[in-house]
Every structure is written in C-alpha cells, then in structure tokens.
Write a protein that binds this ligand. Structure first.
Ligand SMILES: C[S@@+](CC[C@H](N)C(=O)[O-])C[C@H]1O[C@@H](n2cnc3c(N)ncnc32)[C@H](O)[C@@H]1O
Length: 181
C-alpha cells in the first residue's frame, strides 16, 4: 500500500515537473510527508548498530521519530531537519514528551543547504532523485566509518553494504570509506 502510494507520487512528480527543473532548481525538490513505521525505525537503528556516542542526522525528519528513537533507546545525540516548519514544531513537542529534549535538536531547513559533516549516522526517507543528488555529498563530507541508512529508496549507483526487508519495506545500509562486502 505504502509502496503504491510512493510509486504514484514519484510518477506524478515526473509527469508534472519538466526534466530541466531538477538540475536548475534542486533546492525546490520536496518529498511528501510519509512516516516510517515504528518497527522499521527500530530496524534502521539496529542495522546501523547505533551507539551512545553517535550523532544521528535525519534528513527530512518529519515528526522527529528517528532521532527521538535513537536518543531514547541508545542515548545518541540527534539532529533533525525538515523543510516544513510544522513538522519541526511537532518534532520538538514529541522530543519533549519523550524526555529527550537535551539530546536532540530540530531545525527548519532544506537538506540541500545543510552541513551534516558532524553526523556519524545519517538516515533518509526522501525521493529517489533527492537520495541520488545527496549521495556524492554524503560520500565526500561524512567521516570514514559514518553510516547511512535509507528507507525504501537506495542511493543510485552507490551499492549498499546491506539491506533488509521489514514487513515488506526495504531498508539499506552504507558505511563511508569502506568497500562493499
Ligand atoms: C517521507 S517523509 C520522512 C519523515 C521521517 N524521516 C520518517 O522517516 O518518518 C519526508 C520528509 O522530508 C521532508 N522534506 C522534503 N523535502 C525536503 C527538503 N528539500 N529539505 C528538508 N526536508 C524535506 C518532508 O517535509 C517530510 O517531512
């Protein structure tokens, strides 16, 4: 069901937006708000072997569930950014409710304008084209040993080190600076 919804959105985006649009105005690409189910969030953090000393960045954080779970279950610090200020408002309220306010911060920002060099773990659930466009920057800016975990869409030509299927939803893992096994 979720996959059908995504497929429809991706196809519609391709029909509505002229092909030159993405190359000229990538800052205006926006993924729709669809949340990652809780068991999939848990599996993403498990696949990345999240630790207390991680700094987890969720690019397009929605209601903040991934960084909040990383803080709550692993004691990791987290940063969530989302283009939609309403999501950021929700994420801050959720962090407060879950008692992890001191570990996480959220800001209304475009993922294409942000600095994620301090991240040791990056999570993403955006659009295929956005993942592909962010991939070179992730490979260049993240420190060796940092991990990237995505939900549903991979990173194009950069083949994942591992993938898992959780209740029909695909997740992928990359480790920066290491060869695929
Ligand atoms: C599919 S939702 C994923 C939400 C959350 N990461 C999760 O997994 O539950 C994608 C989110 O990315 C945000 N988003 C879309 N385009 C963005 C952009 N260019 N910069 C920052 N956030 C963006 C949307 O507002 C939405 O909340």
């Amino acid at each position: 069901m979720i996959h059908m919804m995504w497929l429809t959105l991706v196809v519609l985006a391709g029909l509505i937006v002229p092909s030159t649009y993405f190359t000229q105005q990538e800052v205006d690409i926006h993924a729709p708000y669809v949340t990652t189910p809780s068991p999939v969030v848990d599996a993403m953090l498990e696949l990345a072997r999240t630790r207390k000393n991680d700094v987890v960045y969720d690019l397009g954080c929605g209601d903040g569930r991934i960084v909040i779970a990383a803080a709550k279950h692993y004691g990791a610090r987290g940063v969530g950014v989302d283009i939609d200020p309403e999501r950021i408002h929700e994420a801050r309220a959720n962090a407060k409710r879950e008692g992890v306010e001191s570990l996480v911060r959220f800001s209304a920002q475009n993922v294409f304008d942000m600095d994620f060099r301090e991240a040791t773990l990056v999570t993403m659930y955006l659009l295929p084209d956005m993942h592909r466009k962010l991939s070179p920057r992730l490979q260049r800016d993240l420190k060796p040993g940092a991990r990237i975990v995505t939900h549903t869409f991979d990173l194009g030509a950069w083949k994942p080190h591992q993938s898992r299927n959780i209740n029909g939803e695909q997740i992928f893992l990359w480790r920066v600076g290491t060869q695929r096994q």
